[in-house]
Design a protein around this ligand. Structure first.
Ligand code: PMP
Length: 318
């Protein structure tokens, strides 16, 4: 599905999945002017198809677009594109536990020129792929590698935008994580405050029941995190968005003040963190039941097994 800008967004076109033809001088290939989103569609037991807070993804894509000097796609167009894709063939949405259709909206500069300036010709596409359960055989705590040599994003940079360059910057540290037998990498900012993982936000649970998550202008504001924290507030937990340093994390775990650490994002929903590995230390992380309870509660809402009391679901097939 494609819109292109030439004095506004044009009529969408649906075409069979296949290669995109691009001019070799297309701005996106040289300057990385692109943004994207990640959304899932869930099939409920009655066969209906729903997505989760798409307005939030649409608004985040607008914020990302603004940062990358791309035009903003109106929120209704974004949601309409999800509906139109489902209308072609709803059978794409698998049924069953933890199954979903992953939807990938993206926008890029297709104008051909070699100068460094914002493009005037832009395309919005939406592609989809069925996604199975993230964890085979149940949720497992993950191990994460502390990136000391690399930052994901800097102050005033593009950290809060969902744009390819941030992920390009995370690939080398992510390979380093694999070399150290870790599943994910965690990034710090220049003051050694914790930021986020390569593709997930991080949350710390304190002994008194408070949930703390990094608040920073250079991390991606996750929709899963926002939802999980709302569910925690509903249960009476206190929630704080503030800076948390690596020292506070490690000392909190050592003293028992921190009782759980977990990561969250659309793909894995919530995953407990079992180990933090650095160049010269390995810290086992405490695991408790809150992360998994919140995960269960959120997926119950997404799959229609629990009441959607915050009106987060949007039906796509009707
Ligand atoms: N941080 C980064 C860098 C991510 O790529 C993602 C995944 N989109 C997240 C956080 C979590 O965001 P969300 O919950 O909206 O998927």
């Amino acid at each position: 599905i494609c819109w292109s800008v030439r004095g506004g967004w044009h009529r969408p076109r649906v075409s069979p999945y296949g290669p995109i033809s691009l001019d070799p001088a297309a701005a996106v290939l040289h300057y990385g002017q692109e943004v994207f989103e990640g959304v899932k569609a869930y099939r409920h037991a009655d066969g209906s198809i729903h997505t989760f807070r798409p307005d939030q993804n649409a608004r985040r894509m607008q914020r990302s677009a603004r940062r990358l000097a791309l035009p903003e796609l109106p929120v209704p167009y974004f949601v309409q594109s999800l509906r139109e894709l489902i209308a072609i063939d709803g059978d794409w949405v698998p049924s069953g536990d933890d199954q979903s259709l992953y939807l990938r909206p993206f926008m890029f500069a297709k104008e051909a020129f070699l100068g460094v300036r914002p493009a005037h010709k832009v395309a919005y596409y939406l592609i989809a792929s069925p996604a199975g359960a993230y964890f085979k055989g149940g949720v497992q705590p993950v191990s994460i590698w502390l990136s000391e040599d690399y930052a994901r994003a800097g102050r005033g940079g593009t950290g809060a935008a969902k744009t390819g360059g941030n992920y390009a910057a995370s690939l080398l540290p992510q390979s380093e994580a694999y070399e150290h037998e870790c599943d994910q990498v965690v990034f710090l900012d220049e003051k050694r405050n914790v930021e986020e993982l390569g593709g997930m936000n991080i949350v710390f649970v304190y002994k008194d029941g408070t949930l703390v998550t990094p608040e920073s202008p250079s991390i991606l504001e996750g929709i899963t995190r926002d939802s999980i924290l709302q569910l925690a507030r509903d249960r009476g937990h206190r929630v704080q968005g503030r800076a948390i340093s690596l020292d506070e994390w490690r000392e909190g775990v050592a003293s028992g003040d921190i009782t759980e650490v977990f990561a969250c994002g659309t793909a894995a929903v919530v995953t407990p963190i079992g180990t933090l590995k650095g160049r010269d230390f390995i810290d086992a992380q405490p695991t408790g039941s809150l992360a998994l309870e919140l995960r269960q509660e959120l997926t119950d809402i997404q799959y229609g097994r629990a009441e959607d009391r915050h009106n987060w679901l949007v039906r796509l097939d009707a």
